[in-house]
Design a protein around this ligand. Structure first.
Ligand code: TRP
Ligand code: ZN
Length: 865
């Protein structure tokens, strides 16, 4: 039920936080499962903490059941109690209910309610819903209120007992099993960590013994037929459990740990206490169906959700403004884990690529917000790259600034002091202030100022000294015109003709400017001293350092820091591409020969060499144009980037062939980092070689592939080469596998010629396997188009219209997914007036369509500015 002209939803503000005036001592829930009429019986034991307070309970779309005599089933200590809508302006029960203070006992009491909900009609995939005959829940952030009346806020923590009444064979909830369909979770938790799963599922089981000798039963639950695709996730889980013990001293704390794979899921996975629920794409893997990248994601996400058991569950967030308290920290932990399990530098480079592609982009546009936001309309819109990825960078900086040992002491204190609590960023920082005896109030600006800082470095000989000048500015962002200086850790070294003349040093830039200097005599009078700055990407900033092209090539070969070696190569390629976009045609022979030397260097990890060969993305180049004061033309960027790839392919063909042959896999497939690295270089060579010599090699690669990594690489190369049959061939083989077909949908669009991609995307939405209600499938098609800037930004506006049409359609079904996809438009200010006008038209069309959700409404309003 909605009003004809709904008032703009009011934002929630951090400044308005007030504690809940009641304690929930115990929660007992009984679920009588039915696809369209599930009955939820709730018995809450409640203690008032303050006198004369009304009891507010959130609830959305709940039907309160009535007794035989028609009395609503909401009772205190067995007697019906009066209640009013939480918001008198809204239709009854749209948001929840309020019980007046005069009806509340002074001491502990029992509140019982019986409601009915309809899981089958729940297409938003939030609350209790159905996915292929299976019941499952997603409660973060505010989904529990769609299940029963409850103080659905993270600072209300309680122990839960759950009884599930259903004929289905597998009935799961949080905590420890107490018999079939009965669960007890002794650890007090916020409602967003509640979960329930019921279905015809099979388990891949194993066990783990904690460091202190406690046995834990491990299960990964999947639909019958998928049980042979769980081994890798299970292995990743056991390694995560071990790693958290050795690296953070954290053990698991229940008798069982369950993971469930679900096909219809809005996000990656969810850390519900003792019952993690995963998007099946981050659980199921076999060599034939999953790529090396998929395996790496499974490992990282299994670890991420497991690590939440301490960073998120045992210690949770006081309110949703503190989301980065659990997400930034847990991302940092999963990045550390992946770095330990795989190649540290390769993982770091991948993380930075992600950060720049998603977070820098967000920070540079109308959706920029603090790592800790101060207001929101819809909290689901703040599960962002800024909260997650920049939030992780902030913790990485803290560790660099304080040192590994002090960092560990601070985290230990945090666990010790706050176990069982709902905390704030202030609580977190106070632990580090205490162990380091430092004032972190300026460092805290990383949480309260949006925008990517710009660090400018200038250097040269001044008198008898070599001088390095560093300065910082933080750009204006929506609602934040003025910024204060940040604390920026800058790891650097100084080079002269391939030699490190100043060893790695940490400079802390905490003022607008700082000057570092060395007597030239102490440096041995270098001829061409060049700093290698921001090693390992020690801070999430944009660096403006005028390193000459020749010096970049030198650092590309010599820098002892692998990250900066890669970074130098990337900068050189970007400069080259910018020259080409500006009209120059030839690719520098020096760059090509440096790349050849790197490619040939077998002492270097093949995965690292593959990264060195990759060009900046079209989206990166669009931003580079903006930074250079130019208006990006996505079509030109696409053409020039391809020209550079072709030039590289031609010039490096002999060495690419050598490496292609040398990296050819030997022996049985393993997803481990060593083999994956070889395949990544092999398949990178394949892409270039297909450009240089045509499709024969890719066809052979396709025919000989024994795993999805190789098959997918060849498939993409063949599509790119215009092979007319390969899409149908691939489809015939894989039409029965949902996760593989997601790739099929996406890669056809990303590999299509820019002027054909929108038409192809339209055609694919007519395909009998296009199921727009499945978020993965929807994201394959929409995401494929959005990931192809030259197609999405087609001057006709067809790409914009296609995306807007689907956002409008999706919004009524699954607002969360529609809102996430809408960030496709966040960079609109970069482009020319015609494109800006076309995008504005589409944003207006979305904003004006009837029944706009709070989710998409907020996103569009922020983007329009
Ligand atoms: N807490 C989850 C994670 O990061 C994220 C998540 C899963 C989520 N499902 C969600 C967030 C639904 C918002 C809505 O691990
Ligand atoms: Zn998380």
């Amino acid at each position: 039920m909605k009003d004809a002209t709904p008032a703009a939803p009011q934002p929630v503000r951090l400044a308005d936080y007030t504690p809940y005036p009641f304690r929930i001592d115990d929660v007992a829930l009984t679920f009588h499962l039915h696809p369209t009429a599930t009955k939820v019986v709730s018995v809450l034991t409640i203690t008032p903490l303050e006198a004369d307070q009304p009891l507010d309970l959130m609830g959305e779309g709940l039907t309160l059941l009535t007794d035989a005599d028609g009395t609503p089933h909401l009772k205190i200590d067995g007697a019906p109690v009066a209640f009013a809508p939480l918001d008198p302006a809204l239709p009854p029960f749209a948001q929840g209910i309020r019980i007046d203070a005069i009806d509340i006992p002074d001491g502990p009491f029992r509140l019982t309610s019986e409601v009915e909900i309809n899981p089958e009609a729940n297409t938003a995939l939030e609350g209790l819903y159905m996915s292929k005959g299976m019941y499952c829940t997603q409660c973060e952030a505010e989904g529990f209120r769609k299940i029963t009346y409850y103080p659905d806020r993270p600072d209300v923590m309680a122990p839960f007992t759950v009884t599930i009444d259903s004929d289905l064979p597998v009935l799961l909830s949080n905590g420890n099993p107490q018999g079939h369909g009965s669960w007890h979770d002794p650890h007090p938790k916020p409602a967003y960590l509640f979960a329930l799963v019921a279905g015809d599922l099979v388990a891949h089981s194993d066990h783990f013994t904690t460091a202190s000798g406690k046995p834990v039963e491990l299960n990964i639950w999947v639909r019958p037929g998928d049980e042979d695709k769980c081994a890798y996730a299970m292995d990743a889980l056991k390694r995560s459990m071990c790693w958290d013990e050795t690296e953070y001293g954290r053990e698991y704390d229940l008798d069982v740990f369950n993971i469930v794979a679900v096909d219809d899921f809005n996000m990656g996975a969810m850390e519900n206490k003792g019952l993690n629920i995963f998007n099946s794409k981050y659980v199921l893997a076999s060599p034939e169906t999953a790529t090396d990248r998929d395996y790496a994601f499974i490992e990282a996400i299994v670890a991420h959700e497991y690590f939440h058991n301490w960073t998120g569950n045992r210690i949770t967030c006081r309110d949703w403004f503190q989301l980065c308290l659990k997400e930034g920290l847990t991302v940092f932990r999963d990045q550390q884990f992946s770095g330990n399990m795989r190649s540290e530098p390769v993982e770091r480079i991948s993380n930075v690529l992600q950060l720049r592609a998603r977070q820098f982009r967000e920070d540079a546009g109308p959706l920029a917000h603090n790592v800790r936001p101060e207001s929101y309309v819809e909290i689901n819109n703040f599960y962002t790259a800024t909260v997650y990825e920049k939030g992780a960078e902030v913790i990485r900086m803290l560790r660099i600034l304080l040192g590994a040992d002090t960092y560990r002491a601070g985290v230990d204190l945090y666990f010790d002091r706050h176990d069982g609590q709902a905390c704030t960023i202030e609580d977190w920082l106070a632990c580090f202030e205490e162990v380091s005896v430092r004032d972190l109030s300026q460092f805290k600006r990383w949480y309260t100022q949006a925008g990517t800082p710009l660090v400018t470095a200038r250097w040269g000989v001044e008198g008898d000294d070599f001088v390095l000048r560093l300065s910082q500015t933080v750009p204006e962002t929506p609602g934040q015109p003025l910024k204060e200086p940040m604390v920026i850790p800058i790891l650097f070294a100084i080079y002269d003709s391939g030699k490190e003349i100043v060893p790695e040093t940490l400079a802390v830039l905490d003022a607008p400017e700082m000057v570092l200097s060395w007597p030239m005599a102490d440096l041995g009078h270098p001829a061409d001293a060049t700093p290698s700055l921001l090693r390992g990407f020690s801070a999430p900033v944009i660096l403006d350092a005028p390193i000459s092209f020749g010096q970049l090539l030198a650092l590309m070969s010599d820098d002892a820091d692998p990250f900066n070696r890669w970074e130098a190569g990337r900068s050189a390629m970007r400069e080259e591409l910018m020259r080409m976009i500006g009209g120059e045609s030839a690719v520098s022979p020096e760059l090509l020969s440096t790349l050849e030397t790197v490619l040939r260097d077998t002492s270097v990890d093949p995965a690292f060499r593959a990264l060195m060969l990759a060009l900046p993305s079209e989206d990166d180049l669009a931003q580079a144009c903006v930074d250079a004061g130019l208006v990006p033309d996505p079509g030109v960027i696409h053409t020039k980037r391809r020209a550079m790839q072709t030039a590289m392919a031609g010039a490096l063909a002999p060495e690419l062939t050598c490496q292609y042959d040398a990296m050819a896999p030997a022996g049985a497939y393993s997803p481990d980092a060593t083999q994956a690295a070889q395949r990544s270089l092999c398949n990178t060579c394949l892409v270039y070689l297909t450009l240089a010599e045509g499709a024969d090699r890719a066809r052979a690669h396709y025919d000989n592939a024994t795993n999805m990594t190789d098959q997918m690489a060849a498939f993409a190369a063949l599509l790119d080469a215009g092979d007319p049959d390969i899409a149908a061939t691939f489809e015939r083989q894989w039409s029965g596998d949902r996760l593989v077909m997601d790739k099929w949908f996406m890669v056809q669009i990303t590999q299509a010629a820019p002027d054909a991609a929108v038409g192809l995307a339209e055609a694919l939405t007519q395909h009998n396997l296009f199921d727009w209600k499945n978020p993965n499938r929807f994201r394959s098609v929409l995401g494929g188009l959005i990931a192809s800037p030259a197609a999405f930004h087609d001057p006709s506006g067809a790409g914009y219209r296609f995306v807007a049409d689907w956002l409008i359609k999706m919004d009524s079904l699954n607002p969360q997914t529609a809102a996430r996809m809408s960030t496709a438009f966040e960079t609109w200010r970069r482009y020319d007036a015609d494109r800006q006008a076309l995008i504005q038209t589409e944003l207006a069309r979305i904003a004006d369509h009837g029944d706009l959700s709070r989710d998409l409404g907020e996103m569009v309003a922020r983007m329009r500015g």
